[in-house]
Design a protein around this ligand. Structure first.
Ligand SMILES: Cc1cc2nc3c(=O)[nH]c(=O)nc-3n(C[C@H](O)[C@H](O)[C@H](O)COP(=O)(O)OP(=O)(O)OC[C@H]3O[C@@H](n4cnc5c(N)ncnc54)[C@H](O)[C@@H]3O)c2cc1C
Length: 395
């Protein structure tokens, strides 16, 4: 038996023994996601146990080095772990901006003390992070950001405001872009800092989305003291860290195109319940064709994500490929949610009530509209693809 086959066998046995049965049911979306953090309230003992067991093994972040709380797995081993989890229907034990975004950036740009301080807490779900990038007036043109950090000797004093800060009211710490040299060209005077959301001078105000929920906030900083040891990378070189982190954010958002958005039934099942079968196949031929086309595109996209992931790891592809994944994955997810609504008929429009689980699909459909805005809009991704991947001339 090869090493990888042996690893697969052991992994499967461990998952079978350790994943609680409740964590093997399909996730119902946001309400089943475990985000961790100081304020986190587990929805069940099974959810807590599953996060703790996977965290102890480093399998919440399988490919991070062991000394920082990771599993130390190779890319092939991590793939096997994901495959075996999928086969058993295991839910993700922990999802967080720390795992998807800050962790990779700290591994590349953080100094040793920062890695030892922050990475294990992310891996064990102890600290939840939010992202302080966008500002009123600085979204697509992120480098025009105005939040200031003034040098006060051994610390900075931060003043300004961020907007669309997802989960700012639930997060413990923030990774934040600040201007440290107002006189430098805009990309060169930015730094990347970390601070506790409980620091005096930090406040948040929720913003409501069309889906009816309020997952994000405007965030205000008034004379917030940030120790200089919380600067990641070099002073005024935060743009490099920011761009690197964005490639990970875009991969993560693009990955939405490969899953079912929290709906446990397949599109075929939803449509069958709504329009019925004719001679054993979906009665609505047009809908049948659209569902088949989407499933084929989703499979092709899954394979593309895997292939691009391998190429990125070996440095054989431009990191701007994450824009391609982000663009296509989010369009795919929006297409899927349109089909969920079409397949579900009138019932799918229900906004509350037990039958629709408080309008889960209708709300998820509206939420999906933001996919092609968050993490950089589709238009901006197309600009990046044109310039950096296709080498087309700029205008
Ligand atoms: C659900 C959600 C969650 C988010 N979470 C966070 C978060 O946690 N932290 C954070 O910092 N930010 C977050 N954002 C903000 C997000 O990154 C910005 O909304 C995004 O970058 C776009 O910026 P903007 O909203 O200012 O739009 P604008 O930049 O004002 O863009 C308006 C329109 O102009 C177009 N446009 C702008 N520039 C160009 C150009 N050069 N070429 C072609 N078209 C252009 C855009 O495509 C868009 O259609 C979130 C956004 C959403 C929707």
């Amino acid at each position: 038996m090869s090493d990888l086959e042996a690893f697969r066998k052991e992994t499967r046995a461990w998952l079978e023994a350790n994943c609680p049965p409740e964590m093997r049911k399909p996730s119902r979306g946001e309400e089943d996601t475990c985000w961790g953090g100081r304020k986190w309230k587990f929805q069940s003992d099974a959810q807590r146990l599953w996060m703790q067991r996977m965290g102890e093994r480093g399998w919440t972040v399988p490919e991070w080095p062991r000394e920082y709380g990771g599993g130390g797995l190779s890319r092939d081993e991590a793939k096997i772990l994901r495959e075996e989890m999928r086969k058993l229907g295991c839910r993700s034990p922990l999802d967080s901006f720390g795992i998807w975004m800050l962790g990779p950036a700290l591994l590349k740009y953080g100094h040793e003390e920062q890695k030892r301080e922050h990475l294990p807490k992310i891996a064990r779900g102890e600290i939840r992070w939010c992202q302080g990038y966008s500002e009123p007036g600085s979204g697509s043109d992120l480098a025009s950001l105005q939040t200031r950090a003034e040098d006060k000797g051994d610390h900075y004093i931060v003043n300004g405001s961020k907007i669309w800060t997802s989960y700012a009211d639930k997060a413990d710490w923030i990774f934040c872009l600040v201007r440290t040299d107002p006189k430098a060209p805009k990309h060169e005077g930015i730094s990347f800092v970390l601070f506790d959301m409980e620091s005096p001078g930090v406040s948040t105000a929720p913003i409501t989305l069309i889906s009816g929920s309020s997952p994000f906030c405007q965030t205000f900083f008034e004379d917030v003291l940030v120790p200089k040891s919380n600067l990641v990378g070099s002073l005024n070189k935060g743009w490099d860290v920011a761009k690197f982190l964005l490639t990970h954010e875009r991969d993560m958002i693009g990955g939405m195109g490969t899953n079912s958005g929290g709906e446990s039934r397949s599109l075929g099942q939803i449509a069958t319940e709504s329009v019925g079968l004719d001679n054993g196949v979906l009665a609505d031929t047009n809908l049948r064709g659209q569902i088949a086309a989407l499933e084929i595109d989703a499979w092709a996209f899954r394979l593309t994500m895997d292939r691009v992931g391998d190429l990125v790891k070996t440095g054989k592809i431009n990191p701007a490929a994450s824009s391609l994944l982000k663009y296509y994955g989010t369009e795919l997810n929006k297409r899927r949610m349109e089909l969920v609504m079409a397949a579900g008929g009138f019932d799918a429009l229900e906004w509350d009530g037990e039958h629709s689980h408080e309008g889960r699909n209708a709300r998820a459909w509206l939420r999906s509209k933001a996919n092609s805005i968050e993490g950089g809009t589709s238009e901006v991704q197309l600009n990046i693809i044109a310039k950096r991947l296709l080498n087309l001339p700029g205008v």
